[in-house]
Design a protein around this ligand. Structure first.
Ligand SMILES: C[S@@+](CC[C@H](N)C(=O)[O-])C[C@H]1O[C@@H](n2cnc3c(N)ncnc32)[C@H](O)[C@@H]1O
Length: 355
């Protein structure tokens, strides 16, 4: 049985087979994949600052609600519905007289989220669509605008934790990294075909990787002898280039527990390239003012300095051009308590604007 497919209803009748006392691998963590049925496990994991496998903890929830103020009867677009954490809170506030229009490019997760949100009273319409196409979806829905447009950029915990998606340097898996499996090119395709210069530019521009030139050079040299297929190959190459071993990293982390993994920047850059994340964001920011009703609010959470810069400038320019009437003065970031209970929130940056 594929545990990533499991839900509360299709709970396994027998204990899953795994070695040791506790499941270690993503697919074996069957209780975490049906976390709503195991509140004690959820509390235990949250206390340790962990996210259950197959779930996602919404980030900056209170700050988002305070800025976007969803009200009864409003129409909200959640551009990145993911696990539905933010969407569920919007739906509770807009109530049965409002409507939630949700977007996600990840078909499998979208269907699981649909089931999770269907129990709420608010009418909902979910689209397997890139949020860059928000204007088209709005027209298809027969709407003249949204009261709220919200995006929580990047990947969900479900995507990053699932070794089969190839987004994490922590587990070996296929070098895929596509959020949308209808996209043609995987991370392996890019590693095996892009020029050294294109690779170096991506590593620098999308992740500020200081060893971008050396990593790009090593990738192009390695692929002559072996095709890139798995995450472990790329991780090993990065350790080589940086002159590090797993043992060195463990030792360094004893004195500096927050030290990023040497492959973190390369994985981020590749994922952003595979999914054209900056291209989609630019298009959303371009069309959003025309998809908001007067008084409508837009809010965007980003996790990358390049994305935050785009959001900041789009809102500031929109204010100058009269497309928006107000915008957040300062970037909003998580409080220390949120970072402690959900370390994945650490790099989040939230900005909003009002039409
Ligand atoms: C960080 S998660 C959102 C989590 C969600 N806010 C929650 O609380 O559960 C981002 C989601 O957006 C989706 N996504 C990323 N880029 C997208 C795009 N351009 N268009 C539509 N969905 C996108 C991803 O597939 C992922 O499911």
């Amino acid at each position: 049985m594929d545990m990533s497919e499991s839900s509360g209803e299709d709970k396994p009748r027998r204990r899953q087979r795994y070695s040791g006392r506790h499941p270690k691998h993503f697919k074996e963590k069957y209780k975490e994949h049906a976390i709503d049925a195991h509140p004690e496990l959820l509390a235990h994991l949250r206390a340790k600052g962990k996210t259950p496998a197959g779930a996602h903890i919404p980030i900056l929830m209170e700050e988002v609600l305070a800025a976007l103020k969803p009200a009864a009867g409003e129409i909200a677009a959640d551009c990145t519905i993911g696990y539905g954490g933010h969407a569920a809170q919007f739906m509770r506030r807009i109530g049965p007289g409002g409507k939630l229009v949700g977007f996600d490019v990840d078909g499998a997760e979208l269907e699981r989220t649909r089931k999770r949100l269907e129990v709420l009273e608010t009418p909902m319409s979910l689209h397997r669509s890139n949020f860059a196409g928000i204007a088209g979806v709005m027209n298809k829905e027969g709407l003249n605008g949204f009261d709220i447009i919200f995006a929580d950029l990047g990947v969900s915990s479900m995507q990053i934790d699932n070794p089969g998606r190839g987004m994490s340097y922590k587990h070996d898996g296929p070098l895929d990294m596509r959020m949308d499996d209808r996209r043609k090119r995987t991370a392996a395709d890019l590693l095996n075909t892009l020029s050294e210069r294109e690779l170096a530019e991506a590593l620098w521009e999308l992740a500020d990787e200081p060893d971008h030139l050396a990593i790009a050079h090593a990738i192009v040299g390695r692929r002559v002898v072996e095709t890139f297929a798995n995450t472990a190959q790329l991780v090993a190459l990065i350790f080589d280039v940086k002159g590090l071993t797993e043992k060195d990293l463990k030792q360094q982390r004893r004195s500096n527990p927050g030290l990023p993994h040497p492959a973190a920047r390369t994985f981020q850059a590749l994922r952003m390239l595979v999914n054209d994340e900056l291209g989609s964001l630019k298009e959303l920011l371009r069309v959003a003012p025309y998809c908001l009703r007067p008084g409508g609010r837009i809010g965007i959470i980003s996790f990358h300095s390049g994305e935050d810069r785009l959001v900041k400038h789009a809102f500031a320019n929109g204010l100058c051009e009269g497309l928006y009437r107000a915008a957040a003065d300062e970037v909003i970031v998580p409080q220390r308590s949120e970072i402690m209970s959900n370390p994945r929130s650490a790099s989040a940056k939230f900005r909003w604007a009002r039409k």
